[in-house]
Design a binder for this molecule. Sequence first.
Ligand code: ADP
Ligand code: MG
Length: 343
Amino acid sequence: MTTSRDPQAGTAPLGVPAGTSTLGVLAEAVLPDGRALLLRAAAPGDAPAMIEVIHAAFAARPLLGARPDALSETAASVTQALLAGTGYLVTVDGRPAGAVLVSQDGAALRLGRVSVHPSFQRLGVASFMVRALLEVMAQRGAGQVTLRARREYPQLRRFWEAHGFRAIGEEGNCWVLFRTLPVVAEIPDADAMRALGRALAPLLRAGDLVIASGDLGAGKTTLTQGLGEGLGVDGPVISPTFVLARVHRSLVGGPALVHADAYRLGGFAELEDLDLEESLADSVTVVEWGAGVAEALAPERLEVDLRRGLDPADETRWVFLTSRGRWRRDELAAAVASLEETA
Ligand code: ADP
Ligand code: MG
């Protein structure tokens, strides 16, 4: 396990739903040296490859306490684990480089045997694997993830904390680490994106901030149109790229919608300095490209991350909703579910 650099920017893993790719590839990235990094679900036939990675990874750890159980794992026991749960394999140019087993643990999914082969460490394989895996599990509807990390390895705990986990207890010589996953909506077209905005609007009130991220054309403005419809504000909501921010007044006595684009803003100070006739405290503010810029604007934030899948011909967007405020995961999930019912 390594906490080193991530694979090259611009090749962030994008999950796709199970079964839509003939190769079963769930995420891909390119290493700085050009080699292809793939994540796919493991089949029972992958057990020998996974064992190779697991044994090599755990044998390479400095032995600080008891011999790791992972070294007693066999191809047969990994096959059993794959038949009872799920597993994922990362390859680098086709060679097995990373492995994870996933099992059900109450309401949570539990990660086990998280390993990167020593010959592929320090390349960001572990970070790629974990990020992609968390996305895939969220897309499949998982809400909670847990794992055990040996307490002798504080750097492991820091690695998992960097991936959003926190320690919620101890068990034997392990930390019990836990995190929730974003709620994910599968959005087939622009109308469905506007419907998602309308479904989320009732959860928003004056002072709230929605930070929308995702590439050009991901659907940030389209989602904001739906938010505007749901809030009952004056339209039309169009891309704010050339005005930096636009205020849409409520037609129903509610909060205004402030729609800003951080792409061309220098940063937070500039955003704060925008001479908006409506104060942010009286409005719902949506900032496109706001990740890393707008967070300080409001204590209650809803992060909305819009992604496309790996197939460029597929217009489906995957919308990852993360509460950084009062929103409970189940109310975000209910808003998304209401959408699926009317679809
Ligand atoms: P952004 O603001 O993220 O740059 P826009 O909302 O302006 O993106 O543009 C998204 C474009 O993609 C629109 O032309 C929209 O009609 C189109 N589109 C196609 N499929 C979808 C989808 N599933 N969700 C959102 N937009 C979609
Ligand atoms: Mg836009």
